[in-house]
Ligand binder design. Structure first.
Ligand SMILES: [Zn+2]
Length: 138
């Protein structure tokens, strides 16, 4: 219990209430925001034997954008990350997603994708423009 303490919070929630009016969540689905990415994510998970995570991809919610402010970065969170560096504990893994342009990496914890690192992909950046930026907690 309490192993996966949330480290990220959406800075301004409520922004997507109207986008998914019938859903009982404040966060938009990743498949609605960046539909082009979903098949690539699933393929990468299957190729890396992350079968359990693959089954949850369609329900993945985008919690918020990376707050770093770098032009080339359009990374976003899809859930709470465990504390501690990846090298300290084997609590989470990072896998690469082969994409046609830019770089995409997934962070997986507790058999779920928790973070999608997206670099040098203007198309995905444009799709995420309305997603609020995260604020770092702790
Ligand atoms: Zn960033």
């Amino acid at each position: 219990m309490g192993l996966l303490k949330p480290r990220w919070r959406v800075a301004r929630d409520g922004a997507f209430c109207t986008l998914r009016g019938v859903r009982d969540s404040l966060h938009p689905l990743v498949r609605d925001l960046v539909p082009s990415l979903i098949d690539d994510i699933k393929r990468a998970l299957i190729d890396n034997d992350e079968g359990e995570a693959t089954g949850k991809v369609d329900q993945l919610e985008a919690w918020g954008r990376c707050p770093c402010g770098d032009d080339f970065c359009s990374s976003f969170s899809t859930g709470p990350l465990p504390k501690g560096a990846a090298s300290e504990k084997d609590e989470y893994r990072t896998i690469a997603v082969p994409v046609s342009s830019g770089l995409v990496f997934l962070t997986i914890a507790a058999s779920e994708v928790r973070y999608v690192e997206v670099l040098y992909s203007p198309d995905i950046a444009a799709s995420l423009k309305q997603l609020p930026a995260l604020s770092r907690q702790g």
